[in-house]
Design a protein around this ligand. Structure first.
Ligand code: SF4
Length: 347
């Protein structure tokens, strides 16, 4: 069957390469909702396609686990919660125990267990391996998920465990939707739009659809505007991408901006960078600063902070999104970071 989904909004999705793909044929729709504009566009796109809300669920992977925050923006968790509340879509959180910081500091020990919310209970899996090894380094910049282990460790494998260990997906058709776009990086430009998901088995049908892979940035902002939703505060501060607050792919300007509003986060990053670099040099290995040429503090000094509004700084750094995520009709505005030339973020 040839499937073409024509929308009234000027966006056309052609699925010629995937003749059997029928977006309406699934029992469960899982949207990997990071809080960024592209995954938000995925949620809204599904709703505009007429997928019933009763079949949609959003999953957010907490990169810092449930402990003290280090990598992530303080507001991200509650922003996601408030968006899903406004759209009346269930949101399930999942995380690795101890988050990225515990994994980064792992020394001759196994990886931590994964915990995930389900409709019935909190479930945990893994964490009982005998394979001890050492990270003691930041995730490394690059396209490979092995060296840039933060995404695979804190998001991809967490989502996989949550699908594989829930009986409710057995014997059902599940579509996992994520918001990568080709425009964002050379490696993303080569992604497939549709493929069997890693957790697909004979007894559990799971497909992966990158629903906005071919959209441009204007298309993403247009759909958010149609729904009158506010974007993540990082965009309102001037960031072109919504990543971790200390994303390893951050530009000099982004690092300088974070240093201006949350110096303690960058100082902690710089301190770890020194410890890792000095340890590995003593082992006769290349230094392990995040950026091989410059330290974090050198990059902060080279960057120019954005011109950030105090009330948005306060919102971005709080744990509670205390405003409405819905903008009154006719009042929606592009955030400062929209169409920014600085698109630094996950490759
Ligand atoms: S946003 Fe950046 S630091 Fe955070 S998980 Fe993704 S690549 Fe890693």
């Amino acid at each position: 069957m040839y499937t073409q989904l024509s929308l009234d909004f000027g966006i056309e999705l052609s699925c010629e390469q995937y003749p059997d793909f029928d977006v309406h044929s699934y029992d469960h729709y899982i949207i990997a909702f990071s809080g960024g504009k592209d995954s938000l566009a995925c949620i809204l796109h599904l709703l505009e396609l007429g997928i019933p809300k009763s079949k949609i669920e959003c999953w957010h992977h907490l990169v810092d686990g449930q402990g003290e925050l280090f990598f992530d923006w303080p507001i991200t968790e509650d922003y996601c919660r408030k968006v899903c509340l406004a759209l009346d879509i269930p949101l399930y959180f999942s995380w690795r125990e101890g988050g990225l910081e515990r994994e980064m500091l792992r020394f001759n020990s196994p990886t931590a267990p994964t915990t995930y919310e389900t409709p019935l209970q909190l479930q945990t899996s893994g964490g009982n391996s005998n394979n001890a090894s050492t990270r003691w380094r930041f995730p490394q910049i690059g396209g490979s998920m092995v060296t840039r282990w933060c995404s695979s460790y804190s998001k991809i494998s967490v989502g996989d465990a949550a699908i594989a260990n829930q009986e409710r997906f057995k014997g059902k058709r599940t579509l996992v939707i994520s918001g990568e776009r080709r425009e964002e990086s050379a490696s993303r430009s080569k992604y497939k739009q549709f493929e069997p998901h890693r957790t697909h088995t004979k007894s559990r049908h799971v497909d992966h659809w990158r629903a906005v892979l071919d959209w441009d940035e204007a298309g993403v902002w247009n759909i958010i505007q149609r729904w009158n939703l506010r974007s993540h505060p990082s965009y309102e501060l001037g960031f072109g991408r919504c990543s971790c607050i200390i994303c390893i792919f951050a530009s000099d300007d982004q690092l300088a901006s974070v240093y201006q509003i949350a110096p303690q986060v960058i100082e902690k990053m710089a301190d770890y960078e020194k410890q890792f670099d000095s340890y590995w040099r003593k082992q006769g290995k290349e230094g392990y600063t995040i950026h091989r040429q410059y330290t974090v503090m050198e990059r902060v000094a080279m960057g120019r902070p954005y011109s950030m509004k105090p009330e948005i700084i306060e919102l971005a750094l709080s744990r509670e999104y205390c405003e409405s995520v819905v903008v009154p009709s006719g009042k929606w505005e592009f955030p400062l970071g929209a169409f920014s030339k600085d698109k630094s973020g996950p490759a």
